[in-house]
Design a binder for this molecule. Structure first.
Ligand code: ZN
Length: 439
């Protein structure tokens, strides 16, 4: 069945604006993107028309960095057993960390770990699904999700949303690096065979302070041989920078808390980018999230490595009161910066449009913002042949925003939510409500 979606405005890709055109969709694919002239000469007969009138159609948005499993952290009460366990762990935390201190990044991570540890598998899944529903409502049609756990794979693999699942891994010694790499490789190979068309797998050594150099290098070698993407947190907190420079910071307390006994920087005295360069990595396959603590000259240096960047401005500002100058970032990484919300534990919401508005309000032009939300992230994830723009033969992943009378295509950035969301031709959100169970 063919359907022609008509709207006053279509923003298919780049800075192209189509007025009074149409998007012709057959089942899951885009058959054509038509201008008003194209519509006049359209010879097809057997199609239905859905006319959205004074609206904009954009490609679906990509959230390049999140952890949906943490959506309900701090928002719901744990069950009885969880509460008892929590009290015990909190006592343990008090022994190690943060007496009378202002809440640090390390303390923030530890609280996250405690709460998550005390949840049952059902509670974790509930939290994950709540996050999944929230991102769909905000027009996310593809998500880069980071988690160590396997149990979220099936949910995403059977959902219409496109997902790039990065399996997180950690290690504090050469020995645990060897062991955890074997486990990770087994998990990757087992699940990679089960991936349906819209699911992709990558690997996430959590960060330099939580993954031993040996683990990083084993992953990088394996990833290069098998063309796998790597996604990690980098230069997010001052404590991380201090740890890299001297080997001593609050991060040591985090390590003590999680039972890491051996992890020290492989070299000291270095800034984060110089430290990163001592690792033998295929940098082009690496996505780095945050980088909000880097100085200008360090960002210049990082650009020479050709990594990609998941920019999470609102999370950075909330947790660290500091984010990267987006205009500088765009200049240095012209098509390899995408936007992420990070988890709801470090953000106000999981709405990628709010992230985009933050960038727009920093003076970035509308079409560059749209590229960051769509095609840039698709290219970073290597899935630009399927999604990221409205073009013939790509998947029909698109959003429809209704406009007020005095508004035009420039105004989608002001909207809180799209009115309708379609993923591979399936309508998942109608009038701002989920109409398809995607979880
Ligand atoms: Zn993260």
């Amino acid at each position: 069945m063919k359907t022609l979606f008509k709207a006053k405005w279509i923003l298919p890709k780049g800075n192209v604006v189509i007025e009074n055109g149409g998007l012709l969709v057959e089942n899951n694919l885009i058959l054509d993107v038509l201008t008003s002239k194209g519509l006049e000469t359209l010879e097809l007969k057997d199609f239905q028309i859905k006319d959205y009138g004074n609206s904009i159609i954009t490609p679906g948005f990509i959230n390049l960095h999140t952890h949906l499993q943490y959506t309900e952290i701090g928002k719901k009460k744990s069950k009885k057993l969880g509460n008892r366990l929590k009290r015990l762990i909190l006592k343990f935390k008090k022994l190690i960390i943060f007496k009378g201190k202002q809440k640090s990044f390390t303390s923030w991570i530890v609280d996250l770990i405690i709460e998550y540890l005390c949840w049952s598998a059902e509670e974790r899944i509930e939290s994950f699904k709540s996050g999944l529903n929230k991102i769909l409502l905000s027009g996310t049609t593809c998500v880069a999700q980071l988690s160590a756990e396997e149990m979220y794979f099936e949910i995403l693999n059977s959902s219409p949303i496109k997902s790039y699942i990065f399996f997180e891994t950690y290690a504090d010694s050469e020995k645990s690096a060897e062991e955890n790499f074997i486990k990770l490789k087994e998990k990757y190979e087992k699940l990679n065979k089960k991936c349906l068309k819209s699911t992709y797998l990558g690997i996430s050594p959590h960060s330099f302070y939580n993954a031993h150099k040996k683990l990083w290098e084993k992953i990088s070698q394996y990833a290069s041989q098998n063309n796998i993407l790597i996604h990690a947190h980098f230069a997010e907190s001052q404590e991380e920078l201090d740890w890299i420079k001297t080997g001593v910071s609050e991060i040591n307390k985090l390590h003590k808390f999680v039972g890491f006994n051996h992890l020290i920087p492989s070299e000291t005295g270095l800034d984060p980018v110089s430290y990163l360069k001592t690792f033998d990595l295929a940098y082009k396959n690496v996505i780095l999230a945050h980088i909000n603590q880097l100085k200008d000259e360090e960002i210049n240096e990082l650009a020479t490595l050709q990594t990609s960047i998941a920019h999470c401005p609102r999370s950075n500002l909330l947790l660290h009161k500091k984010t990267v100058d987006i205009n500088k970032l765009i200049k240095l990484f012209p098509s390899s910066v995408g936007l992420g919300t990070d988890s709801l534990y470090s953000n106000y919401d999981l709405n990628i449009i709010n992230e985009a508005r933050n960038v727009f309000n920093s003076g970035v032009d509308l079409f560059t913002v749209l590229d960051m939300l769509t095609i840039n992230s698709a290219k970073i994830l290597g899935i630009e042949d399927f999604t990221g723009s409205l073009e013939k033969e790509k998947d029909a992943d698109f959003l429809i925003f209704k406009l007020e009378e005095n508004e035009d295509f420039n105004d989608f950035i002001k909207k809180e939510f799209p009115d309708h969301v379609f993923i591979t031709g399936l309508q998942v959100v109608k009038d701002k409500k989920l109409v398809l169970d995607c979880s």
